[in-house]
Design a protein around this ligand. Structure first.
Ligand code: GRG
Length: 325
């Protein structure tokens, strides 16, 4: 995501400067640690993430009628720390060797150390939110709790050929949408906007987060390893059955029978991936992502009109369009 494009879309002319300030705050938030924790933390913080969540925190604060002050910038940094910390833990769970093309902490320093680094990043986020307000701290805690619930729901259905759509939706609501929701709510709370506006921004974030994860799951089946920075088809290889596959099973249950073989054999896996591409379920999954985009747009309908509200309304469709293009 190009910062100038985003600044124009969201009517946030100082976005590049604010993001630089967030980079400094990210670095400052972990400096109290020892090099064993600080060095890998810095590596993962600066691993090339898009900074989507901090951008949402800033945009939500202004679209809600507030201004970007010290508290909002701190809140934005806290959300990114939770995101990065959750990626560190996720890579341990997945035993991933690379993320965004960079060697993971579990691969380089070992899983035991990566657990500590992830916890260290989460604690830095908690410390920041505690200094903003009690409700900001509660928003952060709720998000972390939802991440754990969503991930554990996913883990409990790994290699489960009978995984349901409902289980999938509940899992992605927790593991992804909750942090996008928190990014928007925290921006609103740090800027001290009205509670009804905070709730509307939270609904926007939830719907955008659902679309965001569905698009991520589509890309895992349609993109290349080079573009993803991790092996393509990885979800299926790991036994995580996502929306396009579940839609395929909805059309023809017998595809579920090939799952045990796909876990063992790259040829069967490739055939299953090919079938999702040929059967039209990728388009169906994209349509469901766009339904969430529409829900996100509607959620901001009651906010006072402003250029920034219009910009935030446009963001989910812009993101999904350009990511699936
Ligand atoms: C204790 C916080 C904590 C978490 C434990 C591991 C876990 C529970 C949850 C996993 C959550 C997770 C990794 C969800 C995936 C979300 C997702 C789509 C991440 C990719 O987001 P991008 O594309 O990443 O914004 P970049 O690389 O741009 O930062």
């Amino acid at each position: 995501m190009d910062v100038d494009d985003l600044a124009g879309l969201l009517s946030l002319p100082n976005l590049a400067r604010d993001l630089e300030s967030i980079e400094e705050r990210l670095d400052a938030s972990i400096q109290h640690g020892n090099p064993e924790l600080v060095d890998p933390s810095l590596r993962v913080i600066h691993g090339g993430g898009k900074r989507l969540r901090p951008v949402l925190t800033l945009a939500a604060a202004v679209a809600g009628g507030g201004v970007i002050d010290d508290n909002v910038l701190q809140g934005a940094a806290a959300l990114e720390l939770v995101h990065v910390g959750s990626l560190v833990h996720d890579d341990i769970i997945d035993n991933a060797a690379t993320r965004r093309g960079v060697t993971t902490i579990n691969a380089k320093e070992g899983s035991e150390h990566a657990i500590l680094v992830g916890d260290f990043l989460l604690s830095a986020a908690g410390r920041i939110c505690a200094a903003i307000s009690q409700e900001a701290a509660a928003t952060l805690a709720d998000a972390i709790s939802s991440l754990c619930i969503g991930q554990s729901l996913e883990t409990s259905t790994i290699n489960d050929p009978s995984r349901s759509l409902d289980s999938y939706y509940r899992s992605i609501d927790g593991k992804t949408a909750a942090l996008v929701r928190a990014s928007c709510r925290l921006g609103a709370q740090a800027a001290r906007v009205e509670a009804t506006t905070t709730d509307a921004l939270g609904e926007f974030g939830t719907a955008f987060g659902m679309a965001f994860q569905i698009v991520d799951d589509i890309l895992d089946l349609t993109s290349t390893s080079a573009k993803l920075g991790k092996p393509a088809g990885n979800d299926l290889r790991e036994g995580v059955y996502t929306l396009p596959l579940l839609l395929l099973f909805g059309r023809d249950e017998t595809w579920r029978d090939s799952l045990p073989a796909a876990a063992q054999d790259e040829g069967t896996l490739a055939a299953l991936v090919e079938q999702t591409r040929e059967s039209g379920v990728i388009d169906d999954a994209a349509q469901i992502a766009y339904d969430h985009v529409s829900r996100a747009e509607d959620a901001l309908g009651a906010l006072p009109s402003s250029e920034q509200r219009e910009g935030l309304i446009k963001l989910p469709r812009w993101y999904v369009d350009q990511t699936l293009a």
